[in-house]
Write a protein that binds this ligand. Sequence first.
Ligand SMILES: C[S@@+](CC[C@H](N)C(=O)[O-])C[C@H]1O[C@@H](n2cnc3c(N)ncnc32)[C@H](O)[C@@H]1O
Length: 234
Amino acid sequence: MEYKYGKAGNYEDFSSGRVLYHVNGMTNFPVRLAQEIYGRCLQYSPKKSNITLYDCCCGGGYLLTIIGFLNQDTIGRIIGSDINENMLHIAKKNLSLLSKDGISKRIIEIDEMIENFQKESHIEAKNSAIRLKGLIRNDIEYAVFQADALKAINLEEAPDIIVTDVPYGNMVAWTGDEENLIDKLLNVLYSISSPNTIIGLCMDKKQKVRNEKFIRLEKQQVGKRRFEILKIKF
Ligand SMILES: C[S@@+](CC[C@H](N)C(=O)[O-])C[C@H]1O[C@@H](n2cnc3c(N)ncnc32)[C@H](O)[C@@H]1O
């Protein structure tokens, strides 16, 4: 796949556990790929600013937070949900970093670590946090809530863009019945989407999209990950 939106570069500042909070057992989503998926979704979206971005399997909110930092000009609101309540606490902490106030609090936290442990890695983390603070130009609103994405999601407004990295493998498995999980997820996403909602669905090679209610705008394979861009068929 040729990258159109995700620029090649050094994304160390976004490393999980450096400034952004890390969730044990959760793999780091590649930042460049996240940016590419969001960019492609935005390309298909009729709305180009004040975007409401939603992730229905948000985990610790890493994916949402990196997209938030990199798309200050287009995102107005970020919403995340996950079945696992313990994840939501971390998701909130990560999303709080998207405000000047939130990242300033994180810098104070890192300063305390520098004072207590005198580690080079903490000094690097502080420099990353200062650079991330420099990216903030907009006050992105955020909200997180608990929901089983295979059953029902209660959202007040249809999101403009949904980007989600669904569970796969042994690290993070689906919580739910085994059969046709992607199909079930899409039925739920159908109920919260508008005809203009664009969905960037990231999965592994084994998972297949077979849902008559959606049309596929794109299908891409990047390493072991596959993503599809979908919208409601009408
Ligand atoms: C690959 S991880 C997503 C990581 C996330 N994008 C991040 O940046 O931290 C998949 C997530 O799906 C969640 N999950 C599993 N089954 C679910 C379900 N039925 N409904 C909603 N979330 C679910 C897991 O708790 C996990 O956090």
